[in-house]
Design a protein around this ligand. Structure first.
Ligand code: SF4
Length: 472
């Protein structure tokens, strides 16, 4: 048993089991974990002023930061355990190596300190105490916002240690048993390396949380009403479901109707058109003289948009090769030049609408316009040209999909990315790699990814417009 299984177990029991016993060929590489590792190292190194070394030798020499240690030991009931402390940070004290000791430290990506951080520290401290021959009263949670590194002290009291040992026992029991159920809270799955494996099983078994809009709470409400899976949900009429759910303070009939239609589409594989002539007509009318597609790549933690991509379409349904894609890199968070280029493109034809998928692009353009001291009226006139296709597709179609992300919708429409297994997180990973190595190959990959995202957005626009043309 080790800390990695423990951390997985806290997130999802099934994940711990799969990490331990699952078929590794079903596991997919996760850019999130890779990003975490790179950032972790950068921050630890900054905190220790570069004095960061790996292994037991580093402890003996008393370096400020030690990484890459694997410590084995025995817990109660003679259970073997292993820890891989993220970082050991030198502090005052006495240990078997001399007049200093080490505190276990973990890295935190967001703002919230979670059970995962607390249990990791508490568990590490138990084995670390005998390893270094010194008591550990506290551990550290390390985070970074902007350029500042923050340290949060966590007191590793008896209560916390007892709790983690109980969790450890449950983990042991779980790993000896059979594969646990898929978690109810499917949000956790989005960054999990077993997602594809679990998604397949969820679809085969008709998991209710596979239906867009149904979270763990609604799923359990439906189950109490005898609706155990997507098939049963799809067999209901909207009225029947609305009546059933209204008894349970679930007053939104409209939502019930969407759940039924969404489940029906998911099972049949057929899209369902929601009558919304005006919006679709609007898109057709607005794009007939040409339009831009706009997509950005960002590092949300640093609030830095590092690439802005434009695709200009003069005429609908032209071949890909005839379209002009223009990437604008914003390498150093330096605003002036790239901002002016963006505005130049947008104002090269003031009338053309700007199609994008999701709210990020519009927010970015408002930021840029404010930065360039645009007046309120100018910002208003610029943003009125922006059309969010994500909103539009959700308003006009129920698709046979689990979600309405750009990847899901355009893949369903047959769009293929030039590079394999790509995602926004992978682009962010490439960006972090570029920042560290300055190797332009990573920029090329990011630009190719962004270009494909623009074309994927175009495919969705064409789908909406084609269907509008059919209706007319
Ligand atoms: S994909 Fe979801 S259910 Fe499957 S192991 Fe990961 S978190 Fe658990």
């Amino acid at each position: 048993m080790n800390t990695l299984y423990l951390k997985s177990f806290i997130r999802c029991k099934r994940k711990a089991w799969l990490d331990f016993k699952g078929n590794k060929s079903c596991k997919v590489w996760s850019p999130h974990q890779a990003i975490d590792k790179v950032k972790q190292y950068q921050i630890f190194s900054k905190l220790c002023n570069g004095e960061i070394y790996s292994g037991l030798k580093a402890c003996k020499k008393g370096y400020q930061g030690v990484i890459g240690l694997k410590i084995k030991g025995k817990l109660f009931q003679n259970i073997n355990a292993e820890i891989y402390p993220q970082l050991l940070l030198k502090t005052k004290g006495i240990s078997k190596w001399g007049p200093y000791k080490y505190l276990p430290s973990v890295y935190k990506l967001g703002h919230k300190t979670t059970k995962e951080h607390l249990f990791d520290l508490a568990f590490s401290s138990i084995l670390l105490e005998s390893f270094q021959g010194s008591k550990i009263e506290k551990g550290l949670v390390i985070s970074s916002f902007g350029n500042k590194v923050n340290l949060e002290e966590i007191y590793l009291n008896k209560k916390l240690r007892k709790k983690v040992l109980n969790v450890f026992l449950s983990l042991n029991e779980c790993l000896e048993g059979s594969l646990p159920e898929i978690t109810q809270d499917r949000k956790k799955c989005t960054i999990c390396s077993w997602q594809k494996f679990c998604d397949k099983e969820a679809k085969e078994n008709g998991y209710l949380t596979d239906v867009d809009g149904i979270g763990s709470k609604t799923a359990s409400l439906l189950k109490t009403n005898g609706i155990f899976n997507t098939q049963i949900l799809a067999s209901y009429s909207e009225k029947q479901l609305g009546e059933k759910l209204s008894k349970f303070n679930f007053q939104n009939y409209e939502k019930a109707s969407i759940f039924v239609k969404q489940a029906q589409a998911y099972i049949s594989g057929e899209p369902h058109c929601i009558s919304n002539k005006n919006d679709s007509f609007d898109l057709l009318g607005k794009t007939s003289s040409g339009f831009f597609i706009f997509d950005i790549e960002s590092n949300p933690d640093e609030k830095h948009d590092f690439l802005y991509g434009f695709l200009k379409i003069n005429k609908l349904f032209t071949t890909k090769e005839d379209l002009l894609y223009e990437p604008i890199l914003n390498l150093k968070k330096y605003k002036g030049e790239s901002y002016r280029q963006i505005i130049k493109i947008l104002f090269s034809n003031k009338e053309l609408p700007v199609l994008h998928y999701g709210e990020t692009e519009k927010i970015a353009i408002i930021k840029i316009a404010r930065n360039l001291n645009f007046s309120f009226e100018e910002i208003d006139s610029l943003t009125s040209r922006f059309i969010d296709l994500h909103i539009l597709i959700r308003k006009s179609w129920i698709l046979p999909l689990k979600n309405y992300s750009l990847k899901s919708v355009s893949s369903w429409l047959g769009f293929e990315w030039v590079q394999n297994n790509v995602s926004g997180s992978k682009a962010l990973y490439w960006w972090i790699q570029y920042q560290t190595t300055k190797n332009k190959i990573f920029l090329k990959k990011i630009i190719q990814y962004n270009k494909d995202d623009c074309f994927a957005t175009l495919q969705i626009a064409e789908y909406l417009i084609k269907n509008q043309l059919k209706k007319n």
